[in-house]
Design a protein around this ligand. Structure first.
Ligand code: NAD
Ligand code: ZN
Length: 355
């Protein structure tokens, strides 16, 4: 019997104020070279940049996350770094932000040592060469990117992750103070990404006991956080995000992600809200959890957009259906090897039109 090896993040630093440890942590990774800090553009004014222990030769790059990370964006970032540094590769990449900035950091770390375009590595285990070491500092919780083995990128015709052990962070620094300024709706949508990861993991057949334990704890924490929104739950939310991401690394996502990727690819909806719009129509597949999701929405005062597919063209709808059909692994985990007979093209189409 063959056992899969599940790579884990090797070091986690956790606690309020942990960000002040960054200087010491960098020393452990640095040799003679430089560090590339990749920050979400929100941190141009958040104050975090002023506290960065950066040195003269380091690069500080702000990434615009108003759209989700693109393959072309990664290729340009990689080329710019190499051009500026005359081909010298950095000792370390540090990604600071939400899922977008963390995924960009992961993808750049992979693409600095692997030839060609990042679009060639979207898929499972296609990365050939060892990536540059990398650190994640989440400032928005939910995606679990900090613990997962994927860097999700949008290309011309697909939204797909670079799924590889090389996409995993070497160290994650979690400081719950860093998520305290996230706007309420964003916190909810990204938090629900975590909830949905757990639901899909637990309900999917690719899960093992390890992933199930992680998902169950994270699911409970999400319910605690979003059913009692008046309390400061930043520590719980950060832990939930991490465990949710780790559980997906031990399993797979499911029908919600397979549908939400179509909404993001064709209509440009961000991941968290796209997941919520999809989940809200998938009672048939996740009947135990959609009522709790709606309760959390009500308690948190969240109203989802409706009729998002009302004006889609036939071609757009076709592209969305095709995107969902590409998600073979998640759909196999969710519905079994016979998934194409359960989630037919017509069924997917009908579900999209309900959103
Ligand atoms: P995000 O990173 O796209 O950020 C959303 C918004 O929050 C941005 O406007 C950003 O500027 C802002 N923001 C971030 N930190 C903030 C802070 N401290 N204060 C105020 N605003 C802040 O959102 P996300 O939901 O974290 O990430 C979504 C992305 O992650 C998508 O591209 C999705 O595909 C990807 N994703 C990756 C994985 C994975 O395992 N790699 C899993 C799920 C989703
Ligand atoms: Zn997700």
């Amino acid at each position: 019997m063959e056992f899969r090896v599940f790579k884990q993040v090797s070091r986690v630093v956790f606690g309020r104020g942990a960000f002040t440890q960054l200087s010491d942590i960098l020393e452990d990774f640095k040799e003679e070279g430089y560090v590339v800090f990749i920050l979400d553009h929100v941190h141009k004014t958040s104050g975090i940049a002023d506290l960065l222990p950066s040195k003269k030769d380091d690069c500080i790059l702000y990434v615009d996350t108003s759209e989700e990370p693109k393959t072309q964006q990664i290729d340009v970032l990689r080329d710019d770094i190499l051009l500026t540094k005359l081909g010298d590769i950095p000792d370390l990449i540090v990604g600071i932000g939400g899922g977008s900035a963390m995924d960009i950091a992961k993808a750049v770390s992979v693409m600095l040592t692997n030839k060609g375009s990042s679009s060639e590595y979207q898929g499972w285990d296609l990365v050939k060469c060892k990536a540059i070491p990398k650190i994640a500092i989440p400032t928005l919780s939910g995606t679990g990117s900090e613990a997962s083995r994927t860097a999700v990128l949008t290309g011309i015709d697909k939204k797909f992750g670079i799924n590889s052990d090389q996409s995993m962070f070497d160290l994650v620094l979690m400081d719950p103070n860093l998520i305290s300024q996230v706007p309420k709706m964003q916190r909810f949508y990204s938090g629900m990404d975590c909830y949905i990861h757990c639901v899909e993991s637990i309900e999917g057949s690719f899960i093992n006991a390890f992933g199930r334990a992680q998902a169950k704890v994270a699911l409970g924490l999400c319910e605690k956080v979003f059913l009692n929104p008046k309390k400061d739950h930043n520590e719980d939310l950060m832990v939930a995000s991490y465990l949710g991401g780790a559980s997906v690394a031990n399993s797979e996502v499911g029908v919600v992600h397979a549908m939400s990727y179509g909404l993001s690819l064709i209509l440009g909806y961000h991941h968290g809200i796209a997941n919520c719009i999809a989940f809200n129509q998938l009672d048939e597949f996740y009947p135990k959890y959609t009522p709790i999701f709606r309760e959390m929405m009500e308690v948190d005062g969240i109203e989802l957009p409706v009729g998002v597919t009302a004006n889609v063209t036939e071609n757009q709808l076709e592209d969305m259906v095709n995107m969902t059909m590409k998600m073979e692994r998640p759909l196999t985990s969710a519905l079994g090897p016979d998934w194409k007979n359960i989630l037919t093209k017509d069924k997917i189409r009908e579900l999209y039109l309900r959103m």
